[in-house]
Design a protein around this ligand. Structure first.
Ligand SMILES: Cc1cc2nc3c(=O)[nH]c(=O)nc-3n(C[C@H](O)[C@H](O)[C@H](O)COP(=O)(O)O)c2cc1C
Length: 161
């Protein structure tokens, strides 16, 4: 089962978190992850994927305009796939939650099954998606991997893969 990880990153933080998402999902047997920048996506892989993670830096308390442009203009069929998000920010309370909610709302409009695991599997909870300050301290990095692993496990169950 394929899981795509699409990110926008100018200075590398979100890209590093994308790699942690890939590490987490690949802990689940039979799951293949692929990280891709919005500048160079593997369309075939995305079409085949059962779930897609979207990663963004926080820009002025929301998701980046580059990610917005990519989503608004991409012609890929994302409907029917599970959609999850992660975001980086510079400051605690810098708006990553809002960036994630805005990004999730765009995924809803695309007809994706929006998912965050939430508090359903105990701590660490993931409210809307994974969040890291810059590329994350050790605790944040661990949370990213746990979130990604839980998503992959549940997507696999959902699609009977
Ligand atoms: C135009 C711009 C706006 C930003 N706005 C915020 C913000 O509102 N809150 C915050 O915490 N960080 C903000 N940042 C910092 C970035 O979200 C942060 O450095 C992020 O990790 C960068 O990701 P990247 O290295 O993947 O490009 C901003 C950065 C830029 C360039």
């Amino acid at each position: 089962m394929k899981i795509a990880i699409i990110y926008h990153s100018e200075t590398g933080n979100t890209q590093k978190v994308a790699n942690l998402i890939a590490k987490g999902v690949e802990k689940i047997e039979g799951v293949e992850a692929k990280c891709m920048s919005i500048d160079n996506v593997d369309k075939e892989f995305i079409e085949d994927a059962k779930a897609v993670f979207f990663g963004t830096p926080t820009y002025a308390g929301s998701y980046s305009w580059q990610m917005k442009k990519w989503l608004d203009t991409c012609k890929l069929k994302l409907a029917g796939k599970v959609g999850c998000v992660f975001a980086t920010e510079n400051y605690l309370g810098g708006g990553a939650d809002n960036a994630e909610l805005a990004l999730l709302s765009e995924l809803l409009v695309k007809g994706m099954f929006v998912y965050s695991v939430g508090s359903s599997e105990g701590k660490p909870y993931t409210h809307f998606g994974a969040v890291c300050i810059k590329d994350g301290d050790e605790d944040q990095k661990k949370r990213v991997e746990i979130f990604a692993e839980r998503v992959a496990k549940n997507v696999k169950k959902l699609f009977n893969e």
